[in-house]
Design a protein around this ligand. Structure first.
Ligand SMILES: [Zn+2]
Length: 321
């Protein structure tokens, strides 16, 4: 059942609407799992997740208890125009939560989104990277919410769980706003902007069925294999930035372990045939972010490596990748 949660007239003829698909099990009453995406209009990985989740649920609806609610587009104008923010206002939709009931269109929209999602058993907010960086499939968690969220994150079949330090918490995000009112919300980040990575999408849908089963909402078959993600506790993340502008020639793929001194890429000058910088890993660790866009500017992020202070458990699948 499609339900409209926001409907507003736009100045000339168009309508701004946010909709969700409620897939109801038997009984429909009870827990809700909400999958939201499309907050950033240039991130498309979640579109496949929504499709495949709905398709698989509809194949075996009698195994669902409670309901799964799918929100493919929290920023529909952005998605339809492939714009990261909310078009016209040049506003990041994920920096205006929890919104305001009497605010302007976007603040009011944020308020209604929170109102609609509040009370769900879990909310999964699916993001992609931008077009420049490839991200390993990961859950990002604010350290203040880690105790409550890590057990849920470990069910989602990802490679990595990045627990952020408190000083990097963005208070105006959907996830922070929902977690602060007790609705468990996990941010999944994966793949590349404007692309769909089928393997990640299929793995996340398996993870969602695994979570549904753990919540007592799914009596059908559980996925055969759920990966054990590397959990970032006790270590630190190294950021590697370009020292110079140029063209990147990659030397490694992401989602793998690297050793200090390994070459990640070369930045070259096409004019002179010169190597301008050999970009090397500063530490041993797990390469979970890697620039794949071939042009780079001085200061651009090239990679992020998780360096284990103390060796965390897991990561087997990550090593194989
Ligand atoms: Zn995003």
């Amino acid at each position: 059942m499609i339900k409209t949660i926001v409907s507003e007239e736009l100045p000339v003829g168009e309508k701004f609407e946010i909709k969700k698909n409620i897939i109801a099990g038997q009984p429909a009453a009870g827990k809700r799992l909400c999958v939201v995406t499309g907050t950033h209009g240039d991130e498309l990985e979640g579109q496949y997740v929504c499709f495949e989740l709905a398709r698989r649920l509809n194949e075996n609806l009698s195994a669902l208890i409670g309901s799964v609610e799918i929100y493919p587009a929290l920023n529909p104008l952005g998605l339809d125009s492939l714009t990261r923010g909310f078009p016209t206002f040049d506003l990041d939709m994920n920096r205006i939560f929890p919104g305001e009931i009497n605010g302007h269109l976007i603040e009011n929209t944020a308020h209604k989104i929170i109102e609609d999602l509040a009370g769900a058993a879990a909310v999964i907010d699916v993001h992609s990277s931008n077009i420049f960086l490839a991200e390993v499939m990961q859950v990002r968690i604010n350290i203040a919410a880690a105790a409550a969220l890590v057990p849920f994150a470990q069910m989602l079949n990802t490679d990595f769980i990045w627990v952020h330090e408190a000083n990097t918490v963005l208070r105006s995000t959907l996830a922070h706003s929902l977690n602060s009112i007790g609705t468990k919300t996990l941010v999944v980040e994966m793949g590349i902007g404007m692309r769909i990575t089928l393997d990640y999408g299929n793995r996340l849908v398996d993870g969602l069925f695994n979570l549904l089963a753990a919540l007592g909402m799914w009596t059908g078959a559980r996925p055969r294999e759920i990966s054990t993600p590397l959990l970032s506790t006790g270590g630190e993340v190294a950021y590697i930035n370009a020292d110079t502008s140029g063209v990147i020639i990659p030397a490694v793929e992401h989602s793998r372990r690297v050793r200090a001194g390994d070459e990640l890429c070369r930045i070259v000058s096409p004019f002179e045939g010169k190597v301008l910088q050999n970009v090397r890993a500063p530490v041993d660790g797990f390469l979970f972010t890697l620039r794949t866009f071939p042009l780079v500017y001085e200061g651009s992020l090239i990679a992020r490596i998780y360096h284990e202070g103390q060796c965390a458990a897991g990561g087997e699948r990550a090593i194989k990748n």
